[in-house]
Design a protein around this ligand. Structure first.
Ligand SMILES: [Zn+2]
Length: 186
């Protein structure tokens, strides 16, 4: 069942979907544990460009999860920049849908996921916990969803966007009022 603590923005929901695949027919019994780890502050994430590193504390052990996120498509980067050039650029659910409707899906793609624990299963509880913690963080600040897909790197160093547009983009995103980042549907 949906857990409304995580992914209540469309931006955050993408990360919940890594843990709760729509193709999954049976509920994964590890998901409640993973949610609890994220909720209890057992997941400590650091970002390095498009690399997400997390120390997940469980019991007496610490596991290290490393996730490489694929860069956002040039089309999506351009569409976001275009949409954010308005008077009141907000990373709302509506904006997310508008960009997706323009043919640029924003759901992140993971290049690789790994954990230091010895679990032999394809997805361990630590990785699931990181997906939830990412969803929680992105719900609070959707800029992370862009950042982790290299949106800012592409605009700052790629030479694809004129410097002026890049500067404007930074200002627009950094001047967002945290209270108005997103709208909550229903
Ligand atoms: Zn693990």
């Amino acid at each position: 069942m949906a857990d409304h603590d995580y992914g209540y923005t469309t931006w955050g929901k993408d990360w919940v979907r890594f843990a709760e695949s729509l193709r999954q027919t049976r509920p994964d019994p590890r998901l409640p544990s993973a949610r609890r780890l994220a909720r209890d502050g057992k997941v400590q994430i650091t970002f390095d460009g498009r690399t997400v590193r997390a120390a997940v504390h469980r019991g007496r052990g610490i596991s290290t999860v490393t996730i490489e996120v694929a860069p956002m498509s040039a089309g999506a980067t351009g569409e976001i920049s275009r949409q954010l050039s308005g008077i009141q650029p907000l990373l709302t659910d509506d904006l997310y849908r508008a960009i997706a409707d323009a043919g640029h899906p924003l759901a992140p793609v993971l290049d690789s996921v790994g954990c230091s624990c010895p679990a032999a299963t394809p997805r361990c509880v630590h990785e699931l916990a990181v997906y939830y913690d990412m969803a929680r963080r992105i719900d609070d600040d959707p800029r992370i969803a862009l950042d982790v897909q290299g949106f800012f790197l592409a605009s700052a160093g790629g030479g694809e966007a004129p410097a002026e547009a890049t500067a404007r983009r930074w200002i627009a995103l950094n001047s967002l009022d945290p209270a108005a980042y997103f709208t909550v549907a229903e």
